[in-house]
Design a protein around this ligand. Structure first.
Ligand SMILES: [Cu+2]
Length: 401
């Protein structure tokens, strides 16, 4: 039994390693007139379902297909298909000049800025198509964070279980918490590549096993209140919607942008767990150490729960788009760092236009070539999710009223 007592060592905020600071527009910024999607029926779409509605057969099929990706090593590669996907996400953190990045992109192409939603939409669809190549019936389920039953269902041993075990965390003033290696359920046997499973704050590896520390403060509240998700739909400006949903920024009482730790970002921590400097009301704590897989921004797709969290993020965006924000006029066409404008290729789908620098404590640059992509994908290419071949059980095409 390992006991860790929380205390401050190094301090950094969730996303503070960005070379460009970015502030979304003020809430009264002008927005285009509403545009609704055309009312056409699209019968051949894959439908992504709520985890609470999955049958045991559907859960088993998803788990089986995920295992197949983890166990399939494509010819000429050192990494399995699943590990390659994790690596793509890891290298999104390698676009600072100090890390040795080359080419057009100078910032993280996937986080902290407008391409957060389109980048992850493309990433999820690539993952889903890989699953469907194994079993065409499988789609990526979504985790509705406002559903009180969903967390337990996700963590059951017949699905993506279990909780982590073996480590006790003492947080002064907040109590003791349990977590550690996932030692039962379908992912207990997984061996993770230690070089791409690491804590970006300390630079240390998180080891060869999946780790979870469920419900540690400050992200210990579940479910998320429905009103907190619903309020996102009051914003017609894409950049505001994107930033609030990502959850690394929030609006304070005076409607100014301040650091946040909410929604998608807090769900990562709800599963992974962070150590923080101190817990105080009305202040966003600074992370001092990452504990579990889901809390590491680079390595988080190593926890299969990642896909369910991001399917919910993507679903909320899809619903927002259907509610009168369908046009590409809502998405910023210029003025953003490269990779985040409407027509910018988003690494790794940029045919080699940008090359990330090293990430983590070991040299993994030799692995970049194993994930080079020969397709080009821009935010524009993924705005219409139905065109990508999928929809959600909650998205409805409704006539304009
Ligand atoms: Cu991500």
């Amino acid at each position: 039994m390992v006991v860790i007592i929380a205390g401050s060592v190094i301090t950094t905020s969730i996303y503070r390693s960005y070379p460009y600071t970015y502030t979304p527009p003020a809430i009264n910024s002008p927005v285009p007139a509403p545009v609704y999607p055309p009312l056409i029926s699209s019968p051949n779409l894959s439908v992504r379902k709520n985890v609470v509605d999955l049958t045991s057969k559907e859960k088993a099929a998803f788990v089986k297909a995920v295992h197949a990706l983890k166990n399939t090593i494509p010819q000429g590669s050192k990494l399995s298909i699943y590990d390659q996907l994790v690596l793509e996400h890891v290298f999104t953190m390698g676009f600072s000049l100090s890390s040795g990045a080359k080419g057009s992109a100078k910032v993280n192409p996937a986080h902290g800025k407008p391409a957060f939603l389109p980048w992850h939409r493309q990433f999820l669809r690539v993952f889903e198509q890989a699953l469907q190549a194994i079993d065409p019936s499988v789609t990526v389920p979504y985790w509705d964070w406002t559903d009180p039953k969903a967390l337990e269902i996700v963590l059951e041993d017949d699905f993506l279980g279990s909780r982590g075990q073996g480590v006790t965390i003492e947080i002064p003033g907040a109590g003791t918490f349990q977590g550690g290696v996932v030692s039962s359920g379908p992912f207990a046997e997984w061996t993770l590549n230690e070089k791409i499973h690491f804590d970006p704050i300390t630079g240390k590896s998180l080891g060869p096993k999946l780790k979870r520390f469920i419900k540690l403060p400050p992200c210990d509240k579940y479910p998320i209140p429905k009103a907190k998700v619903e309020q996102l739909f009051r914003f017609d400006n894409y950049e505001i919607f994107n930033a609030l949903l990502e959850g690394a920024l929030k609006l304070d009482d005076k409607k100014n942008w301040v650091e946040g730790w909410e929604l998608h970002a807090c769900i990562h921590t709800l599963i992974g767990g962070s150590l923080v400097d101190k817990l105080e009301p009305n202040r966003v704590p600074q992370q001092t150490q990452i504990l579990g897989t889901m809390d590491s921004v680079p390595s988080s797709p190593y926890d299969p729960i990642f896909w369910l969290n991001h399917a919910n993020v993507d679903r909320l965006w899809a619903e927002w788009q259907d509610r009168g924000h369908t046009s590409s006029r809502f998405y910023p066409s210029k003025g953003m760092p490269f990779g985040h404008n409407l027509h910018d290729p988003m690494w790794p789908w940029d045919k080699g236009l940008s090359i990330p620098g090293n990430v983590g404590s070991e040299d993994i640059t030799s692995l970049v070539s194993s994930i080079q992509s020969n397709v080009v994908v821009t935010p524009m290419d993924v705005l219409d999710f139905r065109k990508l071949g999928y929809t959600y059980d909650t998205t409805r095409l409704v006539p304009k009223t």
